[in-house]
Design a protein around this ligand. Structure first.
Ligand SMILES: CCC[C@@H]1OCC(CO)=C1C(=O)O
Length: 214
């Protein structure tokens, strides 16, 4: 049985050994502190206008200490984008637990994503880094595609249950939802720093799910 290919949504967890020793825990905490500091700066200023020195200053560490955890600024960017995508499997699991049908689950997962875009600096930084990927000399996950396949699988289940309006195809609808979400959070970011991203997405989501629901 071939190993499932990791996708950008594959939970990215460094295995935490049971009873890992205090030194390892301290190192993991420092690593997270550096990542959060870099995410704040990448969100505020972008990749090109942030230096490793800026990150070190933001987290009140030396450059050497930052380099110990992340050898390059590109490594920081990759780690943040991977953490951005690592958020979604947990969100999906929590929403699936609520027991809504596939269409309701899709709508709620996207609403939870909108909330994360408002509140989570790792999600915000990951989105900005993806916009700046042409200027980042590193292998970043391909954007959007995993959301499309996740939503397509949910909409296919909805179609099988007769929940989709006739003529709506799961693949086209999934691509439209992802484009709409991307645009909505981008407009909110530019106009309000994402303060209104949840309300803005709700307006669009209401329209789109009304259009695709049987
Ligand atoms: C859910 C829509 C797609 C999502 O919106 C912003 C962004 C950042 O690149 C995304 C991604 O890469 O999947």
């Amino acid at each position: 049985m071939p190993e499932p290919q990791p996708t950008a949504f594959t939970p990215h967890r460094t295995p935490v050994r049971r009873g890992s020793d205090p030194k390892q825990e301290r190192s993991a905490r420092t690593r997270l502190r550096v990542l959060m500091g870099a995410a704040q700066l990448f969100t505020e200023r972008g990749f090109r206008h942030t230096s490793v020195k800026d990150v070190a200053d933001r987290v009140e560490m030396t450059k050497g200490a930052v380099y110990f955890h992340y050898p390059t600024k590109e490594a920081l960017a990759v780690a943040i984008v991977e953490e951005h995508y690592a958020r979604w499997p947990k969100v999906l699991d929590e929403v699936v637990e609520e027991g809504f049908g596939p269409l309701g689950t899709a709508a709620r997962v996207l609403e939870r994503a909108a909330t994360a875009f408002r509140d989570d600096v790792i999600v915000q930084a990951g989105a900005r880094l993806q916009l700046e990927r042409p200027h980042i000399d590193a292998e970043l996950p391909t954007p959007y595609v995993d959301w499309v396949s996740l939503l397509e699988s949910m909409l296919t289940s909805a179609e099988e249950l007769g929940e989709l309006r006739p003529g709506v195809t799961p693949g086209r609808a999934a691509r439209s939802l992802v484009s709409a979400f991307f645009g909505s959070q981008h407009v909110s970011d530019v106009l309000s720093g994402r303060a209104d991203v949840v309300e803005r997405w709700r307006d669009l989501s209401d329209l789109l799910f009304r259009a695709i629901r049987a």
